[in-house]
Ligand binder design. Structure first.
Ligand code: OFO
Length: 165
């Protein structure tokens, strides 16, 4: 059973995961509109992953006998400065999510809510991977700079990302 405070905090995170999904869906569409099909694929996979994160919170909240309260959500931006800018924004957003997961974990520890601590462990690990991927791509994009051939190469690489639920 969840405390009222814990249930509210988990529900807030559920909505934040849905916002994350919308943010990456918007990035996918923008990348597609500027001809970066590989990047569009990468952000579409990211969108699908965020929907899995959303569903994990949904299922956990329900499994504890609570129900979710959806939205309202902020609209994500619909235009972005560059591919590098998109990944920098992605990293900033993921760092915000990491802080948010850490705060949830601290709350669960404080409340001696062991089940929620175990549930959140998956997200703690996932955030390390998310930030690492973003940093790696930002590093490559900085190296490439304005080189069109380099950008094409990285777009091809981004096109190989596959959604694995
Ligand atoms: Fe759900 O991890 Fe990204 O936002």
């Amino acid at each position: 059973m969840l405390s009222k405070k814990m249930a509210t905090a988990l529900n807030n995170q559920l909505n934040t995961e849905l916002f994350s999904a919308h943010l990456y869906l918007s990035m996918s569409s923008y990348a597609n509109s500027i001809g970066l099909k590989g990047a569009a694929n990468w952000f579409m996979v990211q969108y699908q992953e965020e929907m899995i994160h959303f569903m994990k919170f949904y299922n956990y909240i329900n499994s504890q006998g609570e129900h979710v309260t959806l939205g309202p959500l902020d609209a994500p931006p619909s235009e972005f400065p560059s591919l590098l800018g998109m990944f920098e924004q992605t990293l900033q957003h993921e760092m915000f999510i990491t802080r948010s997961i850490n705060e949830l974990t601290e709350l669960a520890v404080g409340e001696k809510d062991h089940a929620t601590q175990i549930f959140l462990q998956w997200f703690v690990t996932e955030q390390v991977e998310e930030e690492e991927n973003d940093r790696e791509l930002i590093g490559k994009l900085k190296l490439i700079g304005d080189n069109g051939y380099g950008l094409l190469m990285i777009d091809n690489e981004l096109g190989t990302r596959v959604f694995t639920p």
